[in-house]
Design a protein around this ligand. Structure first.
Ligand SMILES: [Fe+2]
Ligand SMILES: [Fe+2]
Length: 494
């Protein structure tokens, strides 16, 4: 960050001479940030009745309302390390730097990205807003929603709050604790399910959809996979949470991105792959529910309709009026995901071709998730090991052998989420693989036992651990079927 008054000033003068810069806006903006800084600080120490608080409240109000009156409405938005005031980047003065930095960090830590004031405020409204704001917990992903809800509850409809946007490159710089990462993983997972549902419903109705949010969620998932791959993969044990297709699409997206990461994909490519995963079954939105969820065998016509979903998906995506970054690679991935290496899958092709890389990756993620999820026509799902065994049996004729190998390296011999019996007669759930490929049979497991309050335990052991004699302390005897023991695996990853 440049803290060079001269450099900034000359830049301002240049922009001003071009007529781009609104000097008064900046001056008033800087003043406001200094006032807000003091007000937030004071509110953290004093209650609203305190004279000092009241003094700073009045000063902030004056500054804030002067700007709102001048501008009509006022947006304070954070974009990476910058603060924008009504879409113009605010240049801080040297004297104002501490306040600028404080305000930026304060909002970023609470994952608040934008505050919009639509009309001037009175004492009570600003007081309520400030105390609600400082009451937010750091690193809580839902803060923007929580704050908005509180405002609505108070009958304040003219202040809008939006969450911070995570940008490429910025993700790595964000330093969240392990718990923070896992919390973010969980909220990102469920938000992805909700967003896919929204996007698909919107697409079907209007042929318009804003896929920028999906892009943001894919990017966030890339970041989370980098920080804690095991936890993110563990979340895919959540099956049939809502409508199968949406939940499945998120799982396929996570597996696909995890494979892509092992292959060294760039972040841009991973994000595209994630979006393709999210949307791979979008064509199913056109299939009647009675066919999609039919418990019995499908007749030939019904099968024909199901087999048409990759093509329907491409059609939906291509018809979209406003794409917000759908790349041809994504379209190919949707088209290809049931084609198989031998091209024996569907849709039937007129001309021999090679299945795209996205298609080959999504295919593996898709089959694995489908096999390990219970469905209406197959109440009991295969265990993770059974699902892998089935895929290995079909091997090269169906899958790209290198990608299948990569996938096994990712989920392990005992994939994350497997239930295993140990030689101590205890049951464990695999939650983290051993990074040493020679020790894939020695993952870390969470012991299945109830804690004091009857909840699920979080006690974990590392099967690679040895005793004084150098003997392994625990061994896996065999995998078990979690459905037989009525164990809800997803609970252990939540
Ligand atoms: Fe599909
Ligand atoms: Fe699928």
């Amino acid at each position: 960050m440049v803290v060079n008054g001269h450099k900034m000033e000359s830049q301002e003068v240049r922009e001003r001479s071009k007529g781009v810069i609104d000097f008064d806006l900046f001056k008033m903006g800087r003043h406001l940030i200094v006032k807000m800084h003091t007000l937030i600080k004071t509110s953290q120490v004093y209650d609203a009745k305190n004279t000092i608080f009241q003094q700073f409240l009045q000063e902030s109000l004056q500054s804030l309302n002067a700007l709102i009156r001048r501008e009509g409405e006022l947006s304070l938005k954070i974009v990476q390390e910058n603060l924008f005031i009504n879409r113009q980047r605010l240049r801080y003065s040297i004297e104002g730097f501490t306040s600028y930095k404080f305000f930026l960090t304060f909002l970023k830590n609470r994952l608040i990205g934008e505050i919009i004031f639509r009309k001037p405020l009175d004492d009570l409204t600003l007081t309520a807003f400030i105390y609600d704001l400082i009451g937010l917990k750091e690193e809580e992903e839902r803060n923007a929603d929580l704050l908005s809800e509180q405002l609505v509850h108070r009958g304040i409809s003219w202040i809008e709050v939006n969450p911070v946007e995570v940008f490429e490159g910025e993700a790595e710089r964000m330093t969240l604790s392990k718990e923070g990462i896992q919390k973010m993983g969980k909220t990102t997972y469920f938000e992805s399910i909700r967003t896919i549902k929204e996007v698909i419903t919107q697409m079907m109705r209007t042929q318009h959809a804003d896929v920028r949010k999906l892009k943001l969620l894919a990017l966030r998932t890339v970041y989370l996979l980098m920080k804690d791959e095991s936890h993110m993969l563990g979340l895919t044990t959540i099956k049939n949470y809502d409508d199968y297709t949406f939940n499945h699409s998120v799982n396929v997206s996570i597996y696909s991105m995890a494979i892509g990461r092992r292959l060294g994909f760039s972040k841009k490519l991973l994000t595209d792959l994630g979006i393709a995963g999210f949307l791979h079954d979008i064509g199913k939105a056109k299939i009647p529910k009675e066919i999609l969820n039919k418990p019995g065998k499908l007749d030939e016509i019904e099968w024909g309709i199901i087999k048409n979903h990759p093509l329907q998906g491409v059609e939906i995506v291509l018809k979209l009026k406003q794409l917000g970054g759908i790349n041809p690679r994504i379209v190919m991935g949707i088209f290809d995901h049931h084609l198989k290496s031998s091209l024996s899958g569907y849709p039937k092709l007129f001309r021999k071709t090679k299945v795209s890389l996205f298609g080959r990756i999504i295919q593996i993620a898709d089959v694995y998730d489908a096999l390990s999820t219970p469905r209406v026509y197959r109440k009991e799902a295969f265990t993770p090991e059974q699902a892998l065994a089935i895929m290995l049996k079909d091997g090269e004729t169906e899958y790209d052998p290198i990608l299948l190998k990569t996938f096994i390296g990712l989920v392990g011999i005992y994939p994350i989420g497997s239930l295993v019996l140990l030689n101590t007669n205890e049951m464990g759930i695999v939650y983290k693989l051993n990074p040493d490929s020679q020790l894939l049979n020695r993952p870390q497991v969470i012991l299945v036992e109830k804690d004091d309050k009857g909840g699920t335990s979080k006690k974990s052991i590392d099967l690679a651990e040895t005793d004084e004699k150098g003997q392994f302390k625990w061994n896996i005897v065999k995998p078990l079927d979690p459905y037989k023991y009525h164990i809800d695996l997803a609970k252990y990853f939540m």
